[in-house]
Design a protein around this ligand. Structure first.
Ligand SMILES: NC(=O)c1ccc[n+]([C@@H]2O[C@H](COP(=O)([O-])OP(=O)(O)OC[C@H]3O[C@@H](n4cnc5c(N)ncnc54)[C@H](OP(=O)(O)O)[C@@H]3O)[C@@H](O)[C@H]2O)c1
Length: 297
């Protein structure tokens, strides 16, 4: 049996590598964390070579790479550059969770999924153009739902749809929605079974009156933890709070599952040397966590 220590190489695209990601890594069982800040795509190759050619191939599952930082676009480029550097048999697993976008989106959809069937449902994703909103749209559409992709700007909503289509999401599942057009938002809400508010911190996206009028909604999720609430009336700590026919989640209500997914994903990196954990894989990890929690297996 190998007694190699678990080494996580944190490639962060920000000037200072995230303390949050470092603490979660250590809590998830990493023995040594090597932090690199302000990482640029063109610097990745030599950093990854250092990970590949030090331990023998049989021990490489004890080395892994975490890509973080506030910019998801930069994180994606760094993670892809790292992946493209690897070759058999010198592989290490990689996780991409810039800005917590993948673990948060997976947790948000899984919270909703506990109360409704996503397949063939309609969801409104407000502020869908941000890293978290975009991932929420991707997961919902890949689960067979139809998604109103909200933005203050028609152009940004359409750009986001184009990006999702490039990530292999079916275009027919995505409908642009201009959130400045209140009648359009209300029309989308009345057709929908779920709403996800993914706006920037401290931004109100939906009033209590709009929410109350949306009588088809089964679930409402607000990911903004900074007052005022993104959806008026949904508290940050709400976790499966029943309000009439609807179940509500606030940011911290989703946060517990997000943290479990984040930690379990770090742990999963050390199970083999060829994983690439993005939002779909984290959704699977979160699904397993809930199945265990609910005693399904
Ligand atoms: N619970 C958790 O564990 C957790 C973890 C990570 C993040 N979060 C939260 O999740 C939310 C989404 O995160 P993110 O990083 O994706 O957000 P973000 O990039 O900061 O913002 C998302 C979108 O919000 C919209 N927006 C920005 N300023 C606005 C304004 N003044 N008025 C109306 N809309 C505005 C923009 O969309 P348009 O310009 O297209 O309208 C933007 O693309 C945040 O509130 C964040 O704090 C929660």
């Amino acid at each position: 049996m190998s007694n190699k220590r678990k080494i996580l190489i944190q490639l962060d695209t920000d000037l200072k590598a995230s303390v949050f990601d470092a603490v979660v890594a250590i809590d998830a069982g990493v023995d040594h964390l090597l932090q690199y800040s302000n990482v640029k795509q063109e610097e990745v190759r030599s950093l990854v070579h250092g990970a590949m050619y030090t331990r023998g191939p049989q021990d490489l599952k004890h080395t892994a790479i975490f890509v973080g930082g506030s910019s998801v676009a930069h994180g994606e480029a760094v993670a892809m550059a790292a992946f493209e550097t690897l070759h058999d048999p010198f592989r290490v697993s990689i996780m991409l969770d810039s800005n917590g976008s993948n673990s948060t989106a997976a947790a948000a959809v899984l919270c909703a999924q506990q109360h409704m069937e996503i397949r063939d449902s309609f969801s409104v994703v407000l502020a869908a153009t941000g890293p978290v909103g975009q991932r929420v749209c991707r997961i919902l559409a890949n689960l067979g739902g139809k998604v109103f992709v909200g933005s203050r700007s028609q152009e940004r909503a359409e750009e986001t749809i184009d990006e999702l289509v490039r990530a292999n999401v079916e275009r027919s599942r995505l409908i642009p929605l201009v959130s400045e057009d209140e009648a359009a938002v209300n029309g989308a809400l009345i057709r929908s079974q779920a709403v996800f508010a993914c706006g920037a911190a401290g931004i109100r996206l939906l009033t209590a009156q709009q929410l109350a009028a949306a009588t088809s909604l089964r679930v409402a999720v607000d990911l903004n933890a900074v007052p005022p609430e993104g959806i008026e009336g949904i508290g940050a700590f709400d976790k499966a709070v029943e309000r009439g026919n609807r179940i509500d989640y606030g940011a911290l209500g989703v946060g517990g599952l997000k943290m479990k997914i984040h930690k379990a994903s770090i742990a999963a990196l050390f199970e083999s040397n060829h994983r690439f954990l993005d939002c779909q894989e984290m959704l699977t990890i979160g699904t397993d966590i809930l199945a265990r929690q609910n005693g399904i297996w």
